[in-house]
Every structure is written in structure tokens, then in C-alpha cells.
Design a protein around this ligand. Structure first.
Ligand SMILES: O=C([O-])C(=O)C[C@H](O)[C@@H](O)C(=O)[O-]
Ligand SMILES: [Mg+2]
Length: 425
């Protein structure tokens, strides 16, 4: 039995383009947390999760509690984290304005942190046993995992010119189609999701129509992060519902989603109104969501994602996968868990093509819009220590970027910007 001798938590800041959403715009740098778990066999496993200060505080405390524990004791991580933190997380806000991640409470915060430690443990266990993570999860049912091209309205550059890239602006239907074309050319994506809630619904309807014309037959999704009223959602469903494989969080809250469903019959997906197990019964009973977007970070890890999959399967609800700005360790974990869930029948989301940096030695490359599932031991990726050190150094020197805040980032360009209340339209 392997024992943990050390757990290390390294906060980093990664470059992020000026991607727009219902609340504002991404900052030039986004925080992530990298976790390393070393065992007495001389093996190190790695994991990744959100990096905002609240997450980091929890991760550091959990890391301190790990030495001496059995590496395989992953089902006990949540209880350990809760016990370590009891009374320490009361400051957590109920709603996270920066991340658009739905309910935020202590349980979800702890699960998000535990996910990185579970993944690091599975990586270490895989390296110790010579087995890939998908084998530790019961074995893959597919060799390739499909991803969807994640389109954003965006500016050409951040106001201060930081973290530049060569994508240019996309602020109208032509710009969105150009962006999709580059995604298709470079990575072969055969389905697209457009992050909406940025402009009036009519403009986003026009973008979806333009995408459908340029890419006939491609599955399309539109996600305004709860930015529309029920009436606006119904209008969008009437206009472009037949072009969309699902509408993602058209309106905020279970009751609004249930009404949109009742009035339009549209397939509705969410990563906002069902992001915890406690939210499942009401949402399913009210038929408010037909597809849950799993996210192994905030559902609590790869095993927890399988538990969610079983629930969805039982209730006839579809499963797809959400992403937030992330690097290759998370992408490897997403790909392993997606490969073992028969029920995961939609292309997964990934922000990764927007990132120009990584902390792994051989960053993934999407081919035909998909990633091969690695059969190498563990996650099948190696930490690039120089890159990790450089991104950590940025974290040390940029305390202003340590918490993602899309509202504050927008205020740099529009000084009067306040967090829009939902629905915006
Ligand atoms: O599907 C989603 O709702 C997301 O990916 C949430 C993210 O925060 C996204 O809106 C973003 O990166 O701006
Ligand atoms: Mg979403």
C-alpha cells in the first residue's frame, strides 16, 4: 500500500484572452491551482483545479492533512477536507459573480478542491500500478473523446495589451463564423458552442443562423449563462431552436428553465442551476433540464462524475461536459472520465484551445475535434516544472489577478460597468 509523504499546492496565473460573457470579460490572467502528491514509492501524481483565493486556502489546508495517509483512501478526501476546514469557510459567497458556476457553497467549494487531490491520487496510483486512469475507473468505452469548439465574442486585445494573441476581434456574426472556421481548420471541431448573453438576443440569433449556414448540419449550442428572461428564451427557441442541439442555461433558475421547457419543448442543458447533488431532485422533477453539464471539478472528482452519470441515466437525463478556463492536467482528467461513461453522448466543452500556455510537457492537440484517450500509466501527462515555476512567479508578482473577476475587468474599459442583474434581456 502506498503512503502519501507530501502534497504540494502551487498557485499559478495563466494567460487568458478577452473573452466576453454575460457578466463582463475575462481578465488577462486566470488563477489555477496545481496539486502534486508524492508517495513513499517515489511516485508523484498531479491534479488541477480553480485557483481563486477561497479554493487555494482550502487546498493548502487539505495538502497539510495528507502526509501519512494511504494513497487509495480517495473516498475519504471529502470528509477530511470538511473536518480540516470546519468553521473556516463561512466567508464563502452564495453566488460567484466571476465564474458563472451556479450555486456556491461550502460543499461545492470543498468538492472543487477535493477533485484535484482525487485526480492527483489516481495519477499516482496509475503510475504505481502501470495502469491508465481510465482503467482505475473501470475501463474506457471509447478510444476518442469528442470536444466541441467553444466560440466566444471577444475583443482583439485586453485594454492594456497584456496576454496578446492573434485571434482578432469577434463581435458580430461574421466574426463568429471566422472564429469557428479557424477552430475547424486548426482542430477539426465538428460541433460548436457559442457563449452568448453578450449582445441582444436578436444579434446572437443572427450569429447562430450564420453558423448554421456556414457549417450545415453541425450540432450547435448557445449559452447566455441565464442572461434571458423566460419570454426572451421562448423567442430564441422559436427562432433558432431547430438549429440547436440544446439551449444552455437560457434563463436563470429551475422554475424559469421548467417554464421555457414547457412552452417550447426545447432541450435545455445546464451548468448553472444543477451543479450540486442537492439541486438534482427538484430540477429533474420539474423537467427543468434535459442535459446536465458535468464538471469533475465542482462535482467532486472523477468518481463523483460517474455518480452523477448514474443519476442522469436513471432519470433519462442526458450528460455533457462543462469547462472553465483550464490547462492540460484538467483536460487529461476530463478525457479519462469522459471515456468511461457510456451515457456521455455529447461532445464535451473545453476552453483549452484559448490557452497559449500549459504546465505539461506535451500539451494536447485536438485532431478531428477529438482527443485520443491515453493508455499510458496515470493521466498520461508529465508536469513541465519550468513552466510551472514561471506561471507561479507570475502569480507571485500579480496579486491583482489572483481572483477571477470578469466584472472588474470590464470596468477597466467601461468605468460605469456594474454586474448586470439577470435576466439582462
Ligand atoms: O458554460 C459555461 O457556462 C461556462 O463555461 C462558464 C464560464 O465562466 C464561461 O462563461 C466563461 O469562461 O466566460
Ligand atoms: Mg454554460
Amino acid at each position: 500500500m502506498s503512503r502519501i509523504i507530501r502534497a504540494t499546492v502551487t498557485p499559478i496565473l495563466i494567460s487568458d484572452p478577452p473573452l466576453l460573457n454575460v457578466l463582463g470579460v475575462h481578465q488577462p490572467y486566470t488563477p489555477r491551482t496545481i496539486v502534486e502528491i508524492e508517495t513513499d514509492d517515489g511516485v508523484t501524481g498531479i491534479g488541477e483545479t480553480y485557483g481563486d483565493t477561497d479554493y487555494l486556502d482550502v487546498a493548502r489546508k487539505l495538502a497539510d492533512a495528507l502526509p501519512g495517509r494511504d494513497l487509495t483512501a480517495m473516498n475519504g478526501l471529502y470528509a477530511l477536507a470538511s473536518a480540516t476546514l470546519s468553521g473556516a469557510t463561512d466567508k464563502v459567497k452564495e453566488f460567484d459573480p466571476a465564474g458563472l458556476r451556479g450555486t456556491r457553497n461550502n460543499e461545492k467549494l470543498i468538492r472543487s478542491v477535493v477533485s484535484a487531490f482525487e485526480v492527483a491520487s489516481l495519477d499516482a496510483l496509475g503510475k504505481t500500478t502501470g495502469l491508465p486512469v481510465h482503467c482505475l475507473l473501470g475501463g474506457k468505452v471509447r478510444d476518442r473523446v469528442d470536444y466541441s469548439g467553444y466560440l466566444f465574442y471577444r475583443w482583439a486585445e485586453h485594454p492594456d495589451g497584456e496576454a496578446p494573441d492573434d485571434w482578432g476581434a469577434a463581435l458580430d456574426p461574421d466574426g463568429v463564423v471566422r472564429q469557428a472556421q479557424r477552430f475547424a481548420d486548426d482542430y477539426g471541431f465538428t460541433s460548436f458552442k457559442l457563449k452568448g448573453g453578450v449582445f441582444e438576443p436578436e444579434q446572437e440569433i443572427a450569429a447562430i443562423k450564420a453558423l448554421a449556414k456556414a457549417f450545415p448540419g453541425y450540432p450547435l449550442r448557445l449559452d447566455p449563462n441565464g442572461g434571458w428572461s423566460v419570454e426572451a428564451s421562448v423567442r430564441v427557441a422559436e427562432e433558432v431552436g431547430d438549429l440547436l442541439e440544446y439551449m444552455e442555461d437560457p434563463t436563470a433558475g429551475v422554475d424559469g428553465m421548467a417554464e421555457v421547457r414547457k412552452r417550447t419543448g426545447a432541450v435545455l442543458a445546464t451548468n448553472m442551476c444543477v451543479t450540486t447533488f442537492a439541486e438534482v431532485p427538484e430540477a429533474f422533477a420539474k423537467d427543468a433540464v434535459q442535459v446536465v453539464l458535468s464538471d469533475h471539478h465542482y462535482w467532486g472528482g472523477l468518481q463523483a462524475t460517474r455518480e452523477l452519470a448514474a443519476l442522469c441515466r436513471t432519470y433519462g437525463v442526458g450528460l455533457s461536459m462543462h469547462s472553465n478556463t483550464h490547462l492540460g492536467i484538467s483536460l487529461a482528467a476530463m478525457t479519462h472520465v469522459a471515456s468511461v461513461i457510456p451515457h456521455l453522448s455529447y461532445a464535451c466543452d473545453s476552453h483549452r484551445p484559448w490557452q497559449t500556455e500549459d504546465v505539461i510537457t506535451e500539451p494536447h492537440r485536438f485532431v478531428g475535434g477529438a482527443l485520443e484517450v491515453s493508455d499510458a500509466p496515470g493521466l498520461g501527462v508529465e508536469l513541465d516544472r519550468d513552466a510551472l515555476a514561471a506561471l507561479h512567479e507570475r502569480w507571485l508578482t500579480r496579486p491583482d489577478m489572483r481572483d477571477r473577476d470578469d466584472v472588474a475587468a470590464m470596468r477597466k474599459v467601461h468605468p460605469d460597468w456594474v454586474q448586470p442583474s439577470l435576466p439582462r434581456w
